[in-house]
Design a protein around this ligand. Structure first.
Ligand SMILES: [Zn+2]
Ligand SMILES: [Zn+2]
Length: 116
């Protein structure tokens, strides 16, 4: 695994009231993830599938308010964050690398679009 300033968090703030996960990276970049898109990124086997099989999120489910309400976040070792949702789901380990790759800020969105 490659650890670089771009995927090393300096500070992580889970604002449950606002439904916002904010990460300041070691390279000075800040990423703010809203709860709904964050839930849609859930990398767990149930949500995203495994071994080539589609997951629950691939069925374009209608998410309930409980499923998109962030109630907590905890660190998984040195490499990931697990978010707990109000419906009890907490098995999605969001690696720093994937979080940074999916940074929703305008600059990163444009950069990703440019990569085609
Ligand atoms: Zn999941
Ligand atoms: Zn960004």
């Amino acid at each position: 695994m490659t650890q670089s300033p771009a995927n090393t968090p300096m500070s992580i703030n889970a604002d449950r009231a606002a439904g916002l996960l904010t990460i300041d990276w070691a390279d000075g970049h800040r990423s703010e993830y809203e709860a709904v898109p964050l839930r849609l990124l859930c990398p767990c086997a149930f949500c995203s599938g495994e071994a080539g099989r589609p997951g629950w999120l691939d069925t374009n489910p209608t998410l309930t308010s409980e499923q998109t309400q962030m109630v907590g976040a905890r660190l998984i070792g040195q490499y990931a964050i697990a978010v707990t949702w109000a419906d009890g789901h907490d098995t999605g380990y969001y690696t720093y690398e994937s979080l940074r790759e999916n940074c929703p800020c305008p600059a990163c969105t444009i950069a990703r679009a440019g990569q085609g």
